[in-house]
Structure formats: C-alpha cells, structure tokens
Design a protein around this ligand. Structure first.
Ligand code: ZN
Length: 239
C-alpha cells in the first residue's frame, strides 16, 4: 500500500548500483528507512529527494515492512546551506540531533516542526547560526524528555547569578548557595534563556554563546550517549 508523508532527509547512503537508502524523519512515524531507486543515474527525476536536508512530501510504498519512495514533491531543499560552511555544520548538527533523539515508529510532530524551522532559519534568514542551533536544542531536549530547566535555581528557586553551577543529571542551574553540579557561568544561563525565547538580560549574555553551545552538546552527549561530531565542528568554526 502507498501513503503520503511530509519528511526531512536525515541521511542518504548509496545502495546497489544506482539507488540510495534514505533515513527519513517523518512527523507521524518518527524515523524510517526508505529505498529510492535510480537516483544516481544522470537526469534522475527524484535526485533532489535523495539529498540530506530535502524537505518534501514523499509518497512511500510499503511492502513486507520495507518502504520505497515512488514520488516526492519538494517544499524546500535548503540549498543556500551549501554555500556557507558554518551554517552548513549548524544544519548538520540539527539533523544529527534529530537522528539521536528520534525513535522509529514514534510520533514526533513538535520536533519535526522545530527542525524544519531551524533549517529555514539557517538557510533563509540572517539569524545568528549559534542562537538558532541553541534554540533548536532547547526545544528538541524538551520534546525528548530531557528538558533544561531555565527557571532560576533548580534547588531553591532563587536567582542564578555570581558563581553558578549546572547539574547535568537534573538538567538545571543552581545558585552559589545551593552549588549542585559543575561550575558554569551566568552568561551561559542568560544566553540559554535568550535562545529559548524567555526574558533575559542582554548585558549578562556577553561571552555566553560558545559556552552555551558547549554545555548543550555535553548535556546531549550525556543523555543520549552519542558524540555529535557536526555539532563539535560547528563550535570549532563558530566565531
Ligand atoms: Zn539555590
């Protein structure tokens, strides 16, 4: 039987002589693998649908638990990403995070929307790449059940300033008095609040973006036991 679904291509791997295997992210079925035939031949009509970042409506045929792409209608290929290496790595990090957080056959609408919005922001706007990536991470962690608590000290509820700490197990910051976790910076906390769309103090965000990126990558790695190489490369490249 055939069905239609919106999907984002997370990964495309060569398969047989002219085919590819796609790791697709779909809003209603989570992650699924689908074959797409003949796309490595010159002038293949569906070549566009077999590229990472392709955001399209896919028609999939299902037979014996295997999926094959029979048609695709492009929404956006986010081609501008390929002209800016820093934004490209941020976008790769978005896909890498989706791949790690997604489950097969699980509904993930909110994460799907967050990923599509992040790729749009990186590809079609001048928005700061690190802020877009951090904002996506905060939303993705929330959806995956690894929520970062950015609402004051996680222990006493007081203000987070001065010598602050971050508790990786609990996913919250703590104040100087509570001091649970490892040393962090107030700038990281304010920057995370900024990227999450919460009220923040601009003066206190100075120098926080790179720290926020590092903290989130470490947090993701601890929670999911994955390494996030593209995220790491983005941090290295981002000035
Ligand atoms: Zn406290």
């Amino acid at each position: 039987m055939e069905f239609k679904t919106d999907a984002l291509v997370i990964k495309a791997t060569d398969y047989k002589e002219n085919d590819k295997l796609l790791n697709l992210f779909t809003p209603s079925r989570g992650k699924l693998t689908a074959g797409i035939r003949g796309v490595r031949k010159p002038k293949a009509k569906l070549a566009f649908a077999a590229q990472p970042f392709c955001f399209a409506e896919y028609v999939l045929a299902e037979k014996g638990g295997r999926y094959t792409v029979t048609a695709a209608y492009l929404y956006d290929g986010f081609f501008a990403l390929r002209t800016d290496i820093v934004r490209y790595y941020a976008a790769c990090a978005v896909l890498e995070i989706c791949d790690a957080l997604l489950v097969e056959e699980g509904e993930s609408r909110a994460l799907f929307i967050a990923a599509a919005e992040a790729l749009k922001g990186l590809s079609l706007t001048d928005g700061d790449a690190a802020e877009l990536l951090v904002g996506f991470c905060v939303a993705a962690l929330h959806e995956a059940g690894y929520m970062l608590d950015l609402d004051g000290c996680g222990v006493c509820g007081g203000e987070v300033k001065g010598n602050v700490y971050f508790d990786f197990d609990a996913g919250y910051f703590t104040c100087t008095a509570c001091a649970s976790g490892v040393r962090a910076s107030g700038a990281t906390y304010e920057t995370l609040r900024k990227c999450a769309g919460l009220a923040y103090d601009e003066e206190k965000t100075a120098g926080g973006l790179k720290r926020a990126l590092r903290l989130i990558r470490t947090y993701l790695a601890e929670k999911t036991e994955e390494e996030y190489p593209c995220f790491g490369e983005f941090i290295r490249l981002y000035e």
